[in-house]
Design a protein around this ligand. Structure first.
Ligand SMILES: Cc1ncc(COP(=O)(O)O)c(C=O)c1O
Length: 404
């Protein structure tokens, strides 16, 4: 028996999130994109139009932004860590980010002026890989903690960046608390975490802004493809920083006529959907969160992004592993003429949900409620490639996680 997808329409009263929205304007994102553009590893990742699939599923367009190509690191996450580290260093040097391009950042002069720093982070894999990568380029130390259940291949990816990475016997949110205690004992320590807590807000905001390069690129690519306004934007969420960044950007881009925006979570860690159901009170999920969607296995939301999502995300949808497995398989084995996308377990979650809503008669109600029809032009982001290659093959070759 397949576990059921559930969803909640956001009818929460609007609150003032104007301040956080200023982080995510097109102009602010242009500045971030220019910073990323100065990296030798930077290329615009593809926006794939699955034309034949869209026709087959009865919608006008399905556009998938493929983040497996990002900086050779197989996920969008490095955009957040690198931007936050850049902003932190700019502040330390008393400069504006626009004065700090990649060559300056990694120069001997910058290293001398900064002295020794150890960057700390907790990660399911992708965020920590980005932070470790940035620290490596800066020739600084990096300590990474990973929650119980992390796959060896994700750990190895981080060790390869020269970080001191280890798996701790706790869930993601507890691992963050542990990381905080460790950094407090290190006078050279700086924590680069993709979620906030009282007294710790700048770096998470810079991380969220860093993700904005994805939306900025996708928006321009959509326009080049003749799509003036996507009708639907789906973003997957762990702590919600990525979805907050995407939805904040597109709400800013289309004031008063924003696309239908949907936040997609792993049902075992759907703290945002629960918070909507609780009338807007942030509600955490604790304990084990068993899911293959490692990047979405976060039970405590980022406050900053929640402030944006509760005002701009229209639906919060809770999915199961079988849904993302559908997304991985369909993206990996496209219809003739459509481009293949290699998408991992967290990466394919939103696409899997869209495909299921459009194909599965059991979810005709969801399709109708979201207003998906022949006029729909849908944007989804494949946020990672095969970050766990063994499991990728078990799912796409052997049909694992079919949910029956
Ligand atoms: C591949 C992937 N997609 C989506 C997310 C969700 O991002 P956030 O935790 O900001 O909600 C993550 C988080 O690690 C991720 O690794």
């Amino acid at each position: 028996m397949k576990e059921k997808i559930t969803w909640v329409k956001n009818t929460l009263p609007k609150t003032d999130c104007a301040q956080s929205m200023t982080y995510l304007t097109e102009d602010a994102m242009l500045k971030v994109q220019r910073f990323h553009h100065s990296f030798p590893q930077y290329t615009v990742t593809p926006l794939v139009s699955l034309k034949n699939l869209a026709r087959a599923l009865g919608v006008k367009g399905i556009y998938v932004k493929d983040e497996s190509f990002r900086f050779g690191l197989n996920s969008f996450k490095v955009l957040g860590g690198s931007h936050a580290v850049g902003r932190y260093i700019a502040a330390e040097l008393g400069k504006d980010l626009s004065e700090l391009d990649y060559p300056t950042l990694v120069s001997d002069q910058t290293k001398e002026r900064l002295g020794n720093i150890t960057f700390y982070a907790t990660t399911d894999g992708n965020h920590g890989r980005g932070v470790a990568w940035a620290a490596n380029k800066l020739r600084q130390k990096c300590v990474i903690y990973m929650p119980a259940g992390t796959s060896p291949s994700r750990l190895n990816n981080i060790l390869r960046e020269g970080a001191d990475a280890s798996i701790v016997d706790m869930n993601y949110d507890d691992a963050i608390r542990y990381c905080k205690t460790q950094v407090e004992q290190d006078r050279h320590g700086v924590i680069v975490q993709d979620t906030d807590w009282p007294g710790y807000g700048d770096i998470p905001a810079w991380i969220m802004q860093g993700y904005g390069t994805v939306s900025w690129e996708a928006h321009n690519q959509l326009r080049s493809a003749g799509v003036e306004r996507p009708t639907h934007v789906f973003a997957q969420a762990g702590v919600g920083s990525f979805a907050g960044s995407v939805h904040g950007y597109f709400a800013n881009a289309y004031p008063g006529q924003q696309p239908v925006m949907c936040t997609v979570e792993a049902a075992v860690a759907d703290c945002l959907a629960r918070s909507v159901r609780a009338g807007g009170t942030l509600t955490a999920v604790g304990g084990d969160m068993p899911t293959i969607m490692a990047g979405l296995a976060c039970g405590e939301a980022c406050n900053l992004s929640w402030g944006i999502l509760k005002n701009h995300s229209d639906f919060f949808i809770s999915i199961w592993d079988w849904v993302t497995a559908v997304g991985m398989r369909m993206l990996g084995a496209p219809l003739p003429g459509d481009t293949r996308i290699i998408s991992g377990e967290s990466g394919a979650s939103a696409a899997g949900l869209v495909f299921t809503a459009l194909r599965d008669a059991a979810y005709a109600g969801l399709r109708d409620e979201l207003g998906l029809n022949g006029d729909s032009e849908i944007l989804v982001i494949s946020t990672e490639g095969d970050t766990d290659p063994d499991r990728y093959r078990r799912i796409t070759w052997d049909g694992a996680y079919a949910g029956d």
